[in-house]
Structure formats: structure tokens, C-alpha cells
Design a protein around this ligand. Structure first.
Ligand SMILES: Nc1ncnc2c1ncn2[C@@H]1O[C@H](COP(=O)(O)OP(=O)(O)OP(=O)(O)O)[C@@H](O)[C@H]1O
Ligand SMILES: [Mg+2]
Length: 300
């Protein structure tokens, strides 16, 4: 797991961030940034670059490699530190809190602002990357640049979906985004997968989820990773989260993905509550959702 970068943040000085951001700029051109280019990218003197490189490498914000030249690249912790620093500079957040969840492709933490928020660091492209690292000496440039890029793109996509859908669809309110990170409203709820519903709650709750999917479709998005793990049940109702893979409704696979989403969620309810949920015509429900005519499960 990627370490929590908050602990080193207090030790870092403004010029450490200049250096890290210099390495980030250099990584657009090569996997490892040549030490000699770093004075230019970071606008620090040579001595200062040397001093800061050691400080940042000691804290595992950078990784060093000696090839034909001595090169440096950001670790995910270094990238995390840059994003966190930006949020603090913008006064989006004031403090860092406990982990809220570790997903396959993200780390989510509580952060302090005028109220508690959730900070989600995207890790897409990194998990596989770690696997590859174990297997062989790593040299391919293209692959490496891709973890920064892939994670940043995922954060962008998720933020865009949240901005479009909030507040018409019940999603966490988006607050800010930078690099591979997004700040959103912290949801106080329990993941659907961990709830045990009373019999009379089962069908209404499933209908609530389908209704949110319908509004999302009307607003232009299919979630495309709908499951009991991406729905919170709260005292107010439900919140659908985890949107980085959302697909616009004009995408050629949108309808197919909508049907798969409907199937996933209906199947979950059927497996867990067979006495409450009868056979459902998933295709017909998906059609209704797509044409904005879904009202209840009666008749499907
Ligand atoms: N806004 C939020 N408020 C509170 N907790 C959150 C919030 N967003 C995410 N979490 C917690 O973090 C966990 C991971 O979040 P999310 O599902 O968005 O990431 P993920 O990496 O895509 O997960 P996976 O791929 O495993 O489904 C969630 O299961 C949830 O417990
Ligand atoms: Mg998830």
C-alpha cells in the first residue's frame, strides 16, 4: 500500500515542492528526469537541487536510478504530496485525517475543511505497474509516464461526472480537484453490501438506486461500475459514488453498460433477498431507465 503522505508534509519546505514539481514537469519527457535538467525545471540552484533531492528521496517522494545519467522520478507519495500541497495552498483543506477506504484503484482519506471531507487519490495504472515492477527490471518509458497520466485522467473523469450530476443525482458533492486527487463531500453511511435490510425496505431501496441511475442517464452518464460496493445507504436515502469509469450516454456502449449496471444491482438484491425480489426483466427495466419512464418495479 502507498504510505500516508500526511506525516511527511509538515517536514517539507516550499522549495521541496519546487523540486517535486520540477521532477513532475520533467516526467512529461522521460521516465527518469536527468539530474542536470532539474535546475531548469525547478528553478533552484544546483546546490539546492542536490540538497532537496536527498531530502525528498529519503522521504520516498522520489526514486533515484543511475543509468547513463542519474535520474529521478516521482513516487505516488511524491505525487500525493504535490496534490495535497495544492489543496492546502488553495485553502480547500486544513488537515489530514484517517483512512476512509482503500479500494483496488484508490486511497480515500478524511480531510478537514470547514467540515469533514473525503480526499480520493486515484491509483489507476499503478496497481498493474507494481506487478510489472516485481517481475522485471523496468525500462519502458511510455508505461511509466502512464501511471501519472492514467490516474490524473481517472480523477478528471470522476470529477466531471460528479459536477454534472450533483445535486440532481444523489452523489457526493464535488469540492475541488488537482492532479490525481479529488475532494468531495464525506458521506456518513454504510456501503449497501454491508447492510441488512428489513423485508419491507428491500424493493423500495432497489427502486431508489434504479431511480438515481435513471436521473444520471437523463443528465448524460452511465455509472458503468454499479454494484453494492459503490452505493452508500444513509439516514436520508442512498448516495451513489465511485464514478471514474462513467460513460457519456452518447457513447456507443452506453446502453449495453446501462443494462449491465441494472443487471448487477438487480442480481445483488435477488441473491441477498430472494423472498423479496421476484424475477425481473432486466432488459425491460434498462429500457425504461434509458427512456426516463421507470417508476417502480411493479410490472417488470
Ligand atoms: N465521499 C466519500 N465519503 C466517505 N467515504 C468514501 C467516500 N468515497 C469513498 N469512500 C470510501 O472509500 C472506499 C473506496 O472508494 P471508491 O469505491 O470510490 O474507490 P475504488 O478504489 O474505486 O473502489 P473499488 O474499485 O474497490 O470499488 C469506499 O468503499 C468508501 O468506503
Ligand atoms: Mg468502489
Amino acid at each position: 500500500m502507498v504510505q500516508n503522505v500526511a506525516s511527511v508534509m509538515t517536514e517539507l519546505e516550499p522549495e521541496d515542492f519546487h523540486l517535486l514539481s520540477g521532477v513532475e514537469q520533467g516526467m512529461r519527457f522521460s521516465e527518469y528526469v536527468n539530474r542536470e535538467k532539474l535546475t531548469e525545471f525547478s528553478r533552484l540552484s544546483e546546490e539546492n537541487v542536490d540538497y532537496r533531492l536527498d531530502r525528498c528521496a529519503d522521504r520516498e517522494l522520489l526514486e533515484r536510478k543511475t543509468m547513463q545519467y542519474e535520474g529521478f522520478k516521482l513516487t505516488f507519495e511524491g505525487y500525493d504530496a504535490l496534490a495535497l500541497h495544492t489543496f492546502v495552498e488553495r485553502d480547500t483543506i486544513e488537515g489530514f485525517g484517517a483512512p476512509l477506504g482503500v479500494g483496488k484503484e484508490s486511497d480515500v482519506y478524511e480531510v478537514q475543511s470547514y467540515k469533514p471531507m473525503a480526499l480520493k487519490y486515484h491509483r489507476e495504472g499503478y496497481t498493474n505497474f507494481r506487478e510489472v515492477m516485481k517481475e522485471r527490471e523496468y525500462t519502458a518509458d511510455r508505461d511509466h509516464v502512464s501511471w501519472l497520466y492514467t490516474a490524473r485522467k481517472a480523477a478528471e473523469r470522476e470529477y466531471e461526472a460528479l459536477e454534472t450530476l450533483y445535486p440532481d443525482v444523489s452523489v457526493p458533492q464535488p469540492i475541488d480537484t488537482n492532479r490525481h486527487a479529488i475532494i468531495m463531500e464525506k458521506i456518513d453511511g454504510v456501503e449497501l453490501s454491508r447492510t441488512g435490510l428489513e423485508p419491507e425496505q428491500v424493493v423500495p431501496l432497489l427502486e431508489l438506486v434504479l431511480d438515481e441511475m435513471q436521473t444520471a442517464y437523463r443528465e448524460g452518464f452511465v455509472h458503468a461500475d454499479m454494484s453494492e460496493y459503490n452505493v452508500f445507504v444513509t439516514t436520508q436515502g442512498i448516495v451513489v459514488f465511485d464514478w471514474p469509469q462513467a460513460v457519456p450516454t452518447d457513447h456507443e456502449n452506453a446502453r449495453e453498460l446501462l443494462t449491465r449496471d441494472v443487471d448487477n444491482i438487480v442480481s445483488y438484491f435477488q441473491r441477498k433477498y430472494p423472498a423479496e425480489v421476484d424475477d425481473v426483466d432486466v432488459d425491460a427495466v434498462a429500457d425504461a431507465v434509458a427512456t426516463d419512464s421507470f417508476e417502480s418495479l411493479a410490472g417488470y
